[in-house]
Design a protein around this ligand. Structure first.
Ligand SMILES: [Cu+2]
Length: 502
């Protein structure tokens, strides 16, 4: 359809009852001939009243196969509402809600818009619908003082998901106070079917007090100018989509979210934790422009449509993935999905095993010691493993012996007559394990009788650690016909500690 003709039709239809009329009266220049000039559009059949819904609800899909005249009645109210627990704020609203009521029309519809401003309001307001092709998106025709109502009409020629907002000066302040919402101009052919449709709109708020500071909080212009919000929320308050108020769906359903961002300042990095968007209609356009998307950008004064099938039950968290906004300023919601688990898609927790990493964390050493002692107990309980353990220790002890002890006690532990006592078949060695350990740790002097022969020499202390001492003594007590048990590190440590105290 010819755009000029439409604009002319819109202009001809425009009425303004406001005393603050900010628009010159409709041009009296020669009107175009034909139905448009008289405000009659041959495409329009019938008339209906728009169903408007508060977030997170969305009006039902439009089943009509033709265009019609849709009458929208939207009332501006300035109301004190909850921002967070214990925190109140004077919101300026479309329909008493933040975000404003959701409007759904069909491509080609003629929208007759009535904007009322409640008598209790302190300020004049208007509306700029991004779906409108016309000056100010309707703002110029809708400037409305408290206690007044304005009417204007527009033809919804462009399908898409559009933001609407107040555009009365100071515009940023009106928007910062909550004056925004979404209007969906559904394409003629409709949208693909979805089982659940929800309305989620982000906004940033600027209060004199910090996040969570109680009481009725005034607007802070300086923070707004500096773009330092105290709150970033979905649907007008902290926790609006949490707990009992969470969005709901059942396993197997397709969920569609109409996501808007009123701003006024921040761009949203919209993400649902644990889900992938099957389709994203970027920036609220009519084409699914991308598939398999993790996070989508929703600009201030913009929108996005996302849909995804929920395959597994659980709670999925909606966030602005600029995460301090989510966890410290309120931009967090929930989608609760109920139904049977699908273990092929998500297993749940399968294993909780001990992971020691590089032992860099506190308590790791204690854990290692505990595991080692558990291992030792298991080894001790199994004679086969115990034998294997002894072999290994003996083998290690043999190496130490041939490097450290053999020079004096000789390769086969036979010793040197009159100088170095034998270790092979030594009654002295085998009689007292603790004494042998003490002798290797501290060295030994003084007369001793080994196998009936007296020795009185000097054995210097050896430079071995406790583990090596345990291994070498285990070796000498199990070599050359000796047969003893294992000398443990604990035994060596104990004697080491005792002899250090002497
Ligand atoms: Cu306003």
């Amino acid at each position: 359809m010819n755009i000029k003709r439409i604009l002319s039709a819109v202009s001809a239809l425009t009425l303004s009852s406001t005393i603050f009329a900010a628009e010159p009266p409709p041009a009296s220049a020669a009107p175009l001939p034909g139905p448009a000039a008289k405000g009659v559009d041959p495409e329009i059949i019938g008339e209906e009243k728009a169903v408007l819904t508060a977030a997170p609800n969305v009006p039902p899909p439009i089943k009509r196969k033709h265009a019609t005249k849709v009458v929208v009645n939207l009332e501006v109210r300035e109301v004190v509402k909850r921002m967070a627990d214990g925190v109140e704020y004077l919101f300026w609203t479309f329909g008493g809600e933040v975000p404003g009521l959701f409007i759904r029309v069909r491509e080609g519809d003629l929208v007759e818009f009535h904007l009322g401003n409640h008598p209790s309001s302190k300020m004049p307001h208007n509306i700029d619908l991004h779906a409108v092709t016309g000056p100010g998106g309707g703002a110029a025709s809708s400037f409305t003082a408290p206690g007044h109502e304005s009417q204007f009409s527009f033809k919804a020629i462009n399908p898409g998901l559009y933001v609407y907002h107040c555009a009365t000066a100071p515009v940023g302040m009106h928007v910062a106070n909550g004056m925004y919402g979404l209007i969906l101009v559904e394409p003629k052919e409709g949208l693909p079917p979805a089982d659940k449709e929800y309305y989620v709109m982000q906004g940033d708020f600027y209060t004199k007090g910090k996040f969570g500071e109680e009481g009725l909080q005034p607007f802070d212009m300086e923070k707004a100018v500096d773009e330092k919000p105290s709150y970033v929320v979905f649907n007008g308050s902290v926790g609006s989509l949490v707990g009992d108020k969470a969005l709901k769906a059942k396993v197997g359903e397709r969920v569609r979210l109409f996501v808007g961002n009123g701003g006024p300042n921040l761009t949203s990095s919209f993400h649902v934790i644990g889900e992938i968007f099957d389709h994203v209609y970027q920036e609220g356009g009519v084409r699914a422009s991308q598939e398999q998307v993790q996070t989508t950008t929703v600009p201030a004064g913009g929108s996005a449509v996302v849909d995804f099938r929920v395959d597994v039950p659980g709670t999925f968290i909606l966030v602005d993935h600029a995460l301090f906004r989510a966890f410290n300023k309120g931009a967090l919601g929930m989608l609760k999905v109920e139904g049977p688990a699908n273990l092929l898609i998500y297993s749940g927790k399968e294993v909780d095993a001990t992971y020691l990493g590089d032992s860099a964390f506190a308590g790791a050493q204690a854990k290692v010691t505990e595991l080692e002692s558990q291992m030792k107990k298991a080894i001790a309980a199994d004679p086969k493993i115990a034998a294997m353990g002894k072999e290994i220790i003996v083998e290690k002890g043999k190496r130490i012996f041939s490097q450290t002890c053999f020079a004096c006690h000789q390769a086969e532990g036979q010793g040197l007559p009159g100088v170095f006592p034998p270790l092979a078949k030594s009654d002295f060695l085998m009689a007292d394990k603790a004494r042998a350990i003490r002798g290797v740790i501290k060295g030994q002097t003084g007369e001793m009788t080994v196998n009936g022969v007296k020795y009185n020499g000097v054995m210097p202390p050896v430079m071995l650690n406790d583990e090596q001492i345990a291994q070498v003594i285990t070796y000498v007590m199990n070599a050359w016909g000796n047969s003893g048990d294992i000398v443990t590190v604990e035994e060596v440590k104990k004697i080491h500690a005792e002899s250090a105290n002497q």
